[in-house]
Unconditional design. Structure first.
Length: 281
């Protein structure tokens, strides 16, 4: 049974952003979710349809292993409701290239296809895994070639660099120069820093626990709700690590909070519980 019982007609449900804040998960196909998130008897081909009516965003992980055809993106777009958005991981073949500065054609091909998502397209996540050797000049050239629009829509880029040695004040300055967000990763396995570098914030929370129905205890979720509200209002949480000093701003921001990895079977419940807390004000 689902942890969150629905009305019989869940197809009419919508979960939009709460004051600019969206909470979601990575992917939508995961067998354990068929026991504690998806209702009994739901056919697999309708899992995206269901998930997108209970969450306000989903990070597409499959694109990291290979870009899809535009027809596939169009299918995903049409299965989701108005107001829902995807964030999308860029293909591994780009991210692990030894010639980043020359990946322009591959980047354009990927973004040209993903543009089929239309108004369901949210941030693009460029994940550089630990162990990759990044050169400053090539990395900056790569940032220069990332398109700012697709089919007339503004693009939002997110840099997820997992090489701790590469993350310093110069990296933060480069991200701010381009208006690219950096990922705040709440995990002991990856660099964790909360410098705000763009007009939106992207956080990946990786500490859900299997013995807690909602992944995180209520007190921790309340803490994340408070931080999310600060980010959304233009402020910055004072209890998260930073590389540089905060840049003062009072402009509202969009905030994306994705529950990823850890006790993955609990992540939908965590995202839904955080959304409920935010909705209560």
């Amino acid at each position: 049974m689902s942890l969150f019982p629905d009305t019989d007609d869940w197809t009419s449900q919508r979960v939009g952003a709460v004051d600019g804040i969206r909470c979601g998960i990575g992917g939508w196909t995961y067998a354990p979710w068929r026991d504690n998130f998806y209702p009994k008897g739901l056919v697999q081909r309708r899992e995206l349809e269901y998930a997108s009516r209970h969450l306000s965003c989903i990070e597409i992980n499959g694109t990291y292993y290979g870009a899809q055809k535009p027809a596939t993106y169009a299918k995903w777009r049409d299965e989701t409701p108005d107001g829902f958005v995807f964030s999308v991981k860029a293909p591994m073949r780009i991210m692990q290239s030894k010639a980043l500065a020359r990946t322009g054609p591959q980047v354009e091909d990927f973004i040209g296809g993903i543009g089929t998502l239309g108004d369901r397209l949210g941030p693009l996540l460029w994940q550089f895994d630990a162990g990759l050797t990044l050169q400053r000049d090539a990395f900056e050239a790569f940032c220069d070639l990332l398109p700012r629009t697709v089919e007339g829509r503004a693009l939002r880029h997110v840099l997820d660099v997992r090489d701790a040695a590469f993350i310093d004040a110069d990296f933060i300055a480069l991200a701010r120069k381009h208006g690219f967000a950096t990922v705040f990763t709440d995990s002991p396995e990856h660099p964790s820093f909360a410098d705000v570098t763009a007009e939106f914030v992207y956080a990946r929370l990786m500490r859900s626990r299997s013995d807690i129905a909602t992944g995180y205890p209520l007190g921790e979720l309340e803490g994340w709700a408070a931080r999310a509200r600060l980010w959304a209002s233009g402020g910055e949480p004072g209890d998260l690590p930073k590389i540089t000093d905060a840049v003062p701003t009072h402009e509202p921001r969009d905030v994306f909070i994705q529950f990823i990895s850890a006790a993955k079977e609990r992540n939908p419940a965590a995202a839904m519980a955080l959304t409920a807390l935010l909705a209560r004000g």
